[in-house]
Write a protein that binds this ligand. Sequence first.
Ligand SMILES: NC(=O)C1=CN([C@@H]2O[C@H](COP(=O)(O)OP(=O)(O)OC[C@H]3O[C@@H](n4cnc5c(N)ncnc54)[C@H](O)[C@@H]3O)[C@@H](O)[C@H]2O)C=CC1
Ligand SMILES: O=C1[C@@H](O)[C@H](O)[C@@H](O)[C@H](O)[C@H]1O
Length: 334
Amino acid sequence: MTVGIGVIGAGMIGQDHVRRITDVVTGAEVVAVADVDAARAEEVASRVHARALASGQDVIDDDLVDAVVVTSWGPTHAEYVLGAIEAGKYVFCEKPLATTAEDCLRIVDAEQASGRRLVQVGFMRRYDAGYRAMKQVIDSGEIGAPLLMHCVHRNRSAPESYHSDMAVQDTAIHEIDTIRWLLDEDIVSAQVVKPRRTSNRFEHLQDPQFMLFETASGARVDLEVFVNCRYGYDIQCETVGETGTVRLPDPESVWVRGAGQLRANVVQDWKQRFGAAFDLEFTEWVSSIEDARPAGPSAWDGYAAAVISDATTEALHSGHVVSVLLKDRPAFYG
Ligand SMILES: NC(=O)C1=CN([C@@H]2O[C@H](COP(=O)(O)OP(=O)(O)OC[C@H]3O[C@@H](n4cnc5c(N)ncnc54)[C@H](O)[C@@H]3O)[C@@H](O)[C@H]2O)C=CC1
Ligand SMILES: O=C1[C@@H](O)[C@H](O)[C@@H](O)[C@H](O)[C@H]1O
């Protein structure tokens, strides 16, 4: 069986996923593309001999489309994910699942009413080899109960349109999901500390930010988000347990010795850093559709991330520790 995929949103990551589905993943092909920029949809569709359709809803309704990929702007995600559920089609939605917790809940409710898991959220770090190895160590009990986690999320630079809330909603949301997944428990409170700002930023932006999370069992996590660090894309994570620690490896790079120096390269962006994770994410997503056994990050994970992200944004503005108030997880989400 070849899974026919319709892509809504042919921008930066949409194009990357179209290429990935075409060149990397077996058992799937892009059959339709839509974008509010019709010329862009046409151009991207023609690269892979797919059809450009007039709207996202047309993609969802298309008979050749078995599954939908949503890579449009965040505020449009909820409408398309709800549309796909209504049509009974599998849907992969890039983060965020929706830009409000209320919309995430509407998705969770609609999916449960449909009676089967259809939604996967694009939290690709769960597919990164280093993070997976780290989770294996934590789950094995080798380092004892996790007590602390230290995380770093640095981007080389951010555009002028990037504002302070995005450090949480667009950037830290990856760690928010990763922490929940690695520790297998929820975050119960958030706090944001604002250090001196780098001069390498637009005036409106608080950069860097230092976030502190507490989990249900009392473990503490610190996260530095620094989106204008200048030197590259740098993701770090270390979990400290009662009897040992486990640290995320850096991406492979040769060590060069010469001219009195020892040098290794730093990757420059998320596409490079998580390219293999994205490939595996789509490979496993397509297999899960073939087997009718969805297994990736769920709509519930998207909802939980949105609620934690809202609490963290409130903490950024208030300077207070803000509690996270999640609904009880329905049995439907295991
Ligand atoms: N997992 C990850 O690491 C990453 C995830 N993302 C997420 O992917 C999504 C897209 O991001 P980018 O590709 O960077 O943005 P982008 O701006 O490059 O592309 C978005 C595309 O969606 C189109 N679009 C907007 N509204 C639409 C609508 N109603 N219907 C159809 N098309 C519409 C735009 O015309 C544009 O071509 C965002 O939610 C972002 O957070 C982005 C980068 C990395
Ligand atoms: O999702 C992503 C971007 O949207 C975001 O802006 C970056 O900060 C993240 O590193 C990247 O993974």
